[in-house]
Ligand binder design. Structure first.
Ligand SMILES: Cc1cc2nc3c(=O)[nH]c(=O)nc-3n(C[C@H](O)[C@H](O)[C@H](O)COP(=O)(O)OP(=O)(O)OC[C@H]3O[C@@H](n4cnc5c(N)ncnc54)[C@H](O)[C@@H]3O)c2cc1C
Length: 806
């Protein structure tokens, strides 16, 4: 072992081995993997080795698809047998809702390029898995590229292939501590110190402790998990083909063939955490005693699904542990505030996702950005709040128990909530507010007419549809008020604030007293933010204050970006714990605020901003609205929130003011074709594709300019963002549904919903440039059903923008 490497990867499970392999493959060979025991000695040796295409998150599904393709490549490259059995796989639907969900998921897979799936009747499914009972099965989805691998063989294959490319692996070496130094890290092992530029925490069950060695609290916990392997089953042995990997979602089990018997794995509803502070250091390659009482119900369902398994004995029980993050996705990437410290942990399905994790992390480290949009597994998607043990326990437990349970788009899950609440939360609840959550914060969805109103869970329009319709109508015709605590606010000050902002934002900066939409780009010219910059002007001491506003849930993610691009003489402060506010939206909004303001707020122009006295509150007011109406965002201190709400309600009564929530806001913004982050704008898309290029100031220098110019001067983007009107009656598009021109897939929906003012089902979509012209007739699958769609001119409501400028 040398005393210096460029990268030290801690952990020789499937994830660490994959990271090492991808670093070496991309040309970094001065890299070492340190394993305290032997390769596979964590979760990896006893995994069931199953690989499936399906994941409810399309970006995760795409990374899984990459891993599946990679498996035979590493087998060949390493010469190590990985026991790959590509049996194909079935996912069963046992309720009408699940069948609808599966048909919808099948279409989403088409959108992300997973083409080897098909929908089957129960009889067709049984032909492919003859030992299965079809009782209760309403349909199934088949995927060609599913099956299983030999887990130990796979880890060794990654490691051997990495070594062949020049990487090093040291077993029986334990990392005991680490220290950050000016040019990287000193990793202290029981065999000596190693200096390195980058250190990767791929410590699996021990990720928590390896995080703490660097002062990092990762939101991760192990949970226990069971599977069993039966003796030989004659009905299995009788076939000359292998049973497919079969997931019975309503039965909470997965099944694959194991020699001439089967393996049944169980996602227990009654979950059990283990070693929340990380596995003990003396934990070897042992298993826990099986806990039959805890899994009795799921086991009965499993044996009912595969009846012949009941006639034979159980050869092996496995009750092991593996790790989960609050949303079940891995925690990958540079850890905020710890330069050179990388996370590659909480990988729940390492054999399925490890390839995608390794590839993305290696690209990120070497090239500065991963190729794919990996926000779904970015470690910076969480903030400090997620370090809390109770939060981790509730959310990881909820994820585990619901692993095979449908989550509806309008479903509000309870774990880790309510956590942070805006000061007016209780008063708003009393007024009927129903809450969703964003990051740590409760955010208003809509105001229910009565306490006993219960929203039905559905993939289609819910019974809250009319409530939202009424809120939209009041905003368009009178004035609505919305709690805007759920926006992010960063204050930028210091002598170099303007220089810095000019560099990180691709737009012109606003003049004093003005606000401006500001795309932020990565070095590769793709989007990093759809932000608003506000210039509050210069105070009496000559200091200028700027704000950046954006999506609340990206607070830590954006802060990491700001820190990574920081220069001397600039301070960026996240105001998320200090400032909140309310928005007034609608034609009467000026009348309400004028009644309360001591200054001439009526003179404030569209996209103007300034400090105003609103009643007794000193507020920072900006004239803008996401709904495309005359509107004011009134930002106040946390302590003023309750008072501000009371004053506005009182002043607004005579003008028809009513509160509204984010569901209405989403419908209103769709009628204006205003994109939002995670839908129309992501780090996978470019300014040209999304129309963000119209805000770029081409005359100045900024991060990502070279790539943005190359896009501008090239042949134009291959895909463009358009607005659709869809011929839908009881459901609207939500995102990732495929768009068709005849039989050809020409794009996918970025977001959809009902436009209550224009009374149309609307969507925004990224489609091939030659299908983007207004009037083009296309088709879209909405909840699995083909619907006609037409490209319409952007902003079906008030296309000239008269209302918001008025
Ligand atoms: C019963 C069961 C069934 C499963 N079935 C599947 C399946 O079908 N498909 C699938 O994809 N996944 C499955 N999994 C999950 C899978 O096992 C994990 O996702 C995967 O093993 C995680 O790999 P890892 O490399 O992140 O962690 P680990 O395998 O835990 O590896 C971490 C390694 O780091 C080493 N280490 C830790 N600390 C240090 C230190 N300080 N110094 C040096 N080395 C250190 C450990 O010794 C260990 O070898 C299953 C898990 C269980 C428990």
């Amino acid at each position: 072992m040398n005393s210096q490497y460029r990268v030290v990867v801690i952990g020789g499970g499937v994830v660490g081995a994959s990271v090492l392999y991808h670093l070496a493959k991309m040309g970094w060979t001065d890299v070492v993997l340190i394993e305290r025991s032997v390769l596979t000695a964590g979760s990896s040796w006893h995994a069931a080795g199953g690989i499936h295409a399906l994941n409810a998150d399309p970006n995760m599904a795409a990374l899984q698809a990459y891993t599946i393709d990679l498996l035979s490549e590493i087998e060949e490259e390493s010469g190590q047998n990985i026991g790959l059995h590509m049996t194909g796989g079935l996912t069963l639907a046992g309720t009408p809702e699940r069948w609808e969900w599966l048909q919808s998921a099948y279409r989403v897979f088409q959108s992300i390029g997973i083409e080897d799936c098909e929908l089957l009747t129960p009889q067709q499914a049984q032909e492919r898995c003859p030992i299965m009972s079809t009782d209760g099965v309403l349909g199934a989805m088949w995927a060609d590229r599913e099956g299983y691998v030999d887990t130990t063989g796979t880890v060794h294959a990654y490691a051997t292939a990495a070594k062949k490319r020049g990487a090093s692996v040291f077993e029986h070496t334990k990392v005991e501590a680490m220290e950050q130094v000016h040019d990287g890290w000193i990793v202290k092992t029981d065999k000596g110190d190693i200096r390195c530029e980058h250190v990767v925490n791929a410590a699996g069950l021990w990720a928590k402790q390896v995080g703490r060695m660097a002062g990092v609290e990762l939101p991760v916990s192990p949970l226990k998990h069971h599977y069993l392997i039966t003796d030989q089953i004659p009905e299995v042995a009788a076939h000359d083909f292998e049973m497919p990997m079969t997931v019975d979602l309503e039965g909470f089990t997965y099944m694959r063939q194991d020699q001439k018997g089967i393996l049944i794995g169980i996602y227990e509803i009654e979950h059990q955490h283990w070693a929340m502070n990380g596995a003990p250091w003396n934990y070897g390659m042992e298993l826990f005693q099986e806990d039959l009482d805890r899994i009795e119900n799921e086991l009965m369902l499993g044996f009912a699904r595969y009846p012949s398994a009941e006639n034979v004995g159980i050869k092996t029980w496995v009750n092991g542990a593996f790790t989960f993050s609050p949303d079940g996705n891995p925690l990958v990437g540079p850890v905020p505030g710890k330069r050179g410290y990388w996370s590659a942990c909480a990988v729940m399905a390492g054999f399925l996702q490890g390839g995608g994790v390794g590839k993305s992390l290696a690209e990120w480290m070497i090239e500065g950005e991963p190729e794919a949009d990996v926000y779904c597994m970015d470690v910076a998607r969480y903030g400090k709040f997620a370090e809390n043990k109770q939060y981790i326990k509730e959310t990881t437990g909820q994820f585990y128990s619901r692993r095979f349970v449908i989550s509806y788009p309008n479903e509000q899950l309870p774990a880790g909530r309510p956590l942070k609440m805006a000061p007016a939360h209780d008063a708003m609840t009393a007024a009927g507010c129903r809450w969703g959550s964003s990051w740590d914060l409760e955010t208003p969805l809509y105001f229910a007419p009565s306490e006993d109103f219960e929203e039905n869970l559905t993939l289609k329009r819910s019974n809250a549809h009319q409530i939202v319709a009424a809120e939209c109508k009041n905003v368009r015709e009178n004035v609505g008020m919305v709690d805007i605590t759920g926006f992010s606010r960063f204050e930028v000050t210091g002598p170099n604030a303007e220089v810095w902002l000019n560099n990180v934002m691709a737009s012109k900066l606003p003049a004093p007293g003005r606000a401006k939409l500001a795309p932020m780009l990565g070095e590769d010219g793709r989007l990093k933010g759809d932000l608003t910059v506000l210039n509050w002007g210069t105070d009496s001491s000559g200091h200028c204050t700027w704000w950046i506003m954006g999506s609340y849930y990206l607070r830590a993610w954006h802060m990491r970006w700001f820190d990574d691009h920081m220069i001397d003489g600039v301070q960026v402060r996240d105001l998320g714990e200090d400032m909140c506010g309310f928005g007034l939206t609608g034609p009467n909004s000026r009348k309400v605020i004028e009644k309360l303001c001591h200054q001439d707020i009526g003179a404030l122009k569209f996209m103007g901003c300034g400090d105003f006295d609103v009643g007794m509150i000193r507020a920072k007011v900006a004239r803008m609205s996401v709904a495309g109406e005359l509107g004011y965002e009134i930002n106040c201190r946390y302590g003023d929130h309750v008072k501000l709400r009371r004053m506005l309600l009182e002043a607004g009564e005579e003008f028809g003011l009513q509160e509204y929530g984010f569901n209405a806001m989403l419908s209103l913004r769709l009628e204006k074709s205003f994109g939002i982050w995670s839908a129309e704008f992501t780090q996978g898309y470019t300014p040209g594709m999304t129309g963000m290029d119209r805000w770029i100031d081409w005359d100045k220098e900024f991060v990502g300019k070279a790539a943005a110019v190359a896009e501008r001067d090239g042949n134009g983007p291959a895909q463009k963002l358009v607005t659709f009107e869809i011929d839908a009656d009881d459901a609207d598009a939500s995102g990732y549904e495929p768009v068709w021109s005849g039989e050809k897939r020409v794009g996918f929906v970025t977001s959809g919903g009902y436009g209550h003012t224009v009374q149309k089902s609307l969507a925004m979509a990224l489609v091939d440039a030659d299908s983007a012209a207004e009037g083009t007739d296309l088709k879209v699958h909405v909840v699995g059903v083909e619907r006609s769609a037409k490209v319409i001119a952007p902003s079906p409501y008030d296309p000239t923008g008269k209302a918001m400028r008025g």
